[in-house]
Design a protein around this ligand. Sequence first.
Ligand SMILES: O=C(O)C(=O)C[C@@H](O)CO
Ligand SMILES: [Mg+2]
Length: 390
Amino acid sequence: MKIQSVRARVFEWKGKTVPPQANFCSNAMDALYDRGDSMKTFRFHGWTVVEIETDDGIVGLGNVALAPHIAKAIIDQYLAPLVVGQDPWDYEYLWQRMYRSTLAWGRKGVAMAAISAVDLAIWDILGKSVNKPVFKLLGGRTKERIPCYYSKLYRGDLKAMQEEAQTFLDQGFTAFKMRFGYGPNHGTRGVAENLKSVQAVREVIGYESDLMLECYMGWDLDYARRMLPKLEKFEPRWLEEPVIADDVDGYAELSRLSAIPISGGEHEFTLHGFRQLLDKKAVSVVQYDTNRVGGITAAHKINALCEAHSIPVIPHAGQMHNYHLTMSTLASPMSEYFPQFDVEVGNELFYYIFKGEPVAKDGFLQLDDTLPGLGLTLNTDYLDQFQISE
Ligand SMILES: O=C(O)C(=O)C[C@@H](O)CO
Ligand SMILES: [Mg+2]
């Protein structure tokens, strides 16, 4: 079997979007005074879809949601020529070929996200070629069902947050991730607002459910040092991305400082990046995203590294490419899960581009042992709401 063609298309959502609310999620732009839409960096309304076809007609699907047009250019100009004519079963060789030929300017960020998209499509082909789901090629079924946590609860009106939490508590979820709305530039009022929101959600879900707290890189080390003791009474399952991804020593200090587990990884890349995080004991929960970190080839290695370090892997964002990694290792106890909503931040777009995403039931997800590859097809129901560029 040989790779015959690589097609990368950018799907830009032109449909209805939920307008962002101020302070709906702390983020790295909060450190700057606002000169316009500080939330612009926070909307992922484009997605690159990669279709790789082999000489015997198998088509593998990959995807990347970071800087989609740049990712497409990297795939078209640099990566596709490296894999066309090659055997997809040589996936380690092909991964190294893509990684080493872009090392001078790649390694992390959009270049590695582009490599991830090609790698996902290659693994989709591998599964389809032997009529097996990808997780069966990685270690098989390690769970009867995948426990998942409900993820949204963006900061807004506290009553609305409580109603949202109640809705999904009633659907059987026993783990919830909420977003802080305030950080260092919002002073003591912001601290109070942050604590009020955690209190409000805890009042609904109680203490028999897990509660995860998301900062999305919107705090800094000093602010996180001051917030951690105030948060301990709420017994969070983890505090996520309290500082920017480059502040690895900051992560390590916070991890030493508090009993609250510090999580991160959705903005880290490759086995090498996670080796650094683990060597420095920077995080207690690893959250790579398989469509960023280096694809399945890289994520599979990171799973093994985390198993050796007894650090749980709970991949970012849910989505099928991550569910196969969670299903196939005991190192990954659960998945993140965003139900399908109207398009807001962009995590939701996955449902509008692809069909096949499992829907959670009673707080669990299921994968199909008989569905080959990643188990996704392109969703044709919303094509008229996308601007698609070849
Ligand atoms: O789901 C997450 O962990 C994210 O970081 C996504 C973004 O919506 C902020 O929470
Ligand atoms: Mg996050």
